[in-house]
Design a binder for this molecule. Sequence first.
Ligand code: SAM
Length: 185
Amino acid sequence: MCFLSRLAICGRLLTTTSRSVPVSILLNHATQTATQPRFLENGREYYANWANTYPYPCDDVENDRLDCQHHAWYHIALGGRYHLATLRNVPGLRILDVGYGTGIWAMDVKNEYPNAIITAIDIGDAQPAMNREGQPVDYGVDFRSGVDFTLDDWGLQDGTFDFIHCAMLCGSVPDWQIFVSRVTR
Ligand SMILES: C[S@@+](CC[C@H](N)C(=O)[O-])C[C@H]1O[C@@H](n2cnc3c(N)ncnc32)[C@H](O)[C@@H]1O
């Protein structure tokens, strides 16, 4: 089954399972702008600067996989919820997404909490930069590409976030104890 068919099924399910139509269902990741250097191996693209630490590809096929996974987890399995923790929807709520992938979670959460300040870090640059008409779009998320969470400096102040989301990072984190201590500092 092709990606669009799967997405259409997710879309139909959304009408019964989700509280509102998420931004992500409207996106097409052909609109990303590559800023991080890549190399080709066996027909797949990889981030050149992180070839030794991040084993997954970073091409359209991978982005589609990540988006499908997002719909499966949050829209289908969790019924349209993006987190299970209790979050108070107050102005200035600060949320961090670590390893944002295509940015789909951060954008959906911004849609749900328009007054939240959302920062997202990743080594990659797979977030959409333009809409389908080729116009630059500001999704209201502070996407910071080129930030390596295996290093100590994430360019962020300690203790500033109310909620930190880290999803699907298996295979990306060399030492979970160090990672968790950086996330919670
Ligand atoms: C499997 S994807 C998961 C993406 C997203 N969290 C999701 O659930 O769809 C892993 C993400 O972690 C990012 N990543 C891997 N190693 C990283 C590192 N050392 N520092 C920052 N981001 C990293 C990758 O670029 C990729 O976007």
